[in-house]
Ligand binder design. Structure first.
Ligand SMILES: NC(=O)c1ccc[n+]([C@@H]2O[C@H](COP(=O)([O-])OP(=O)(O)OC[C@H]3O[C@@H](n4cnc5c(N)ncnc54)[C@H](O)[C@@H]3O)[C@@H](O)[C@H]2O)c1
Length: 357
């Protein structure tokens, strides 16, 4: 087993980061965890009760585009989450996405290697495959055909990391399915989370497509366990670079099926399909067998029913206490646009003032 005492997590103040810190501290209480985040969403409404807020041992406030070279010294491993983290943001801020997700991320990895970091874990995405044929599964051997700026940034970063990896600097790229589930910093711009929220608030799920596209889903808790596995447990000195799909095969759903799963737990829900919608290009069905073979007990454990019931447990009390009435407060793109409008961020997403801490 690897000795990873000193861990840096970038982007720890987003949706996945809080679950990751909590589960990592639970599994490895003697590890020292440092967070590094620019705080785009730090002061936004959060839901505290989904997880006990376990904070990192140290929190650095900073932008990965402006890092001091010395910041990385002393860490055994880096888990790199910081990114412009979905397609709509990637299209709206395409230059910034290239700066953060690619150029700054490359610098971070290169400096990590130079500083003696032994393990670099990168949060990649199954969107690297682009669209797949209706009933065909994509696996790690499938061609990478990213269709968005966001997905392209993940492909290019993986490619760079594969050239940097060495026996002393092992790289694991986790190609995650679409995230879902409870978090102390909830996002509602993710398909399942959106469906549960709108079912709870309006008894209706409006599907923008004809409901046929495939999406693989993974709960934030399982993402966290996979990131920890990649950091502490994966070991193959003959293979310094690994890129693997992370999810579970039975969590590949058509969008309409996802809505039906929500409606089965919230029976008053009416599902409205847009039968005239043009085909959604982002349809993909993913094979997760390789991760199952590699990760053993650390494979995803949460089925969709559990993720939905935890989301209901997370959102219902928030609504009953009069909070969470503005869905846009939980959508990443809307938050960034609001910060620009209020002149807190400039158009390149640099702070005009110190971020709230
Ligand atoms: N959410 C998903 O469905 C999903 C799926 C696959 C992969 N991923 C990847 O997982 C990672 C985390 O996703 P998330 O859902 O928690 O995203 P998020 O948007 O909720 O969080 C990202 C965090 O990164 C920080 N950040 C962004 N730019 C930064 C910069 N320049 N310097 C420092 N910090 C910066 C933000 O402040 C935020 O706290 C991302 O890399 C994302 O691409 C997410």
């Amino acid at each position: 087993m690897n000795i990873m005492n000193n861990i840096l997590i970038t982007g720890n103040q987003g949706y996945i980061g809080p679950a990751l810190v909590a589960i990592l501290k639970e599994q490895y209480p003697s590890s020292t965890v440092t967070g590094l985040d620019t705080g785009f969403f730090e002061s936004r409404p959060t839901i505290q009760r989904a997880y006990p807020q376990i904070l990192p041992d140290y929190q650095m406030v900073g932008d990965v585009r402006q890092l001091d070279a010395s910041v990385l010294s002393g860490f055994d491993a880096v888990i790199h989450l910081a990114a412009i983290s979905n397609d709509p943001m990637g299209e709206t801020f395409s230059d910034v996405t290239k700066q953060i997700n690619l150029e700054a991320s490359k610098d971070l990895a290169r400096r990590a290697k130079m500083s003696g970091v032994k393990r670099f874990v990168f949060a990649s995405s199954c969107s690297v495959y682009g669209a797949s044929d209706d009933n065909a599964f994509v696996n790690e051997e499938s061609p990478l055909v990213p269709v968005t700026t966001y997905a392209k940034s993940k492909v290019l970063m993986e490619k760079y990391l594969s050239s940097l990896a060495s026996p002393d600097f092992q790289v694991v790229c986790l190609r995650f399915a679409t995230a879902c589930g409870a978090s102390s910093r909830l996002r509602l711009d993710l398909v399942l989370n959106d469906f549960v929220y709108t079912a709870l608030t309006s008894n209706k799920i409006k599907i923008l497509s004809d409901g046929s596209p495939w999406r693989p889903l993974i709960d934030t808790q399982d993402m966290s366990r996979a990131l920890i596995w990649a950091c502490y447990k994966y070991s193959d000195s003959a293979l310094p670079f690994l890129a693997v799909n992370v999810g579970r095969n039975d969590n590949n759903f058509r969008i309409s099926e996802l809505a039906e799963c929500v409606a089965s737990q919230l029976p008053r829900t009416q599902i409205v399909l847009n039968k005239d919608a043009s085909p959604d290009k982002r349809s993909y069905k993913v094979d997760f067998n390789r991760f199952k073979q590699l990760a053993g007990a650390d494979v995803p454990q949460m089925c969709i029913t559990q993720s939905i019931s935890q989301l209901i447990d997370c959102i219902e009390p928030m609504l009953s206490q009069g909070g969470g009435t503005q869905m846009n407060d939980y959508k990443r793109l809307h938050i960034l646009k609001g910060l620009i409008e209020a002149k807190h961020l400039d158009s390149c997403l640099y702070w005009n003032r110190s971020p709230a801490v």
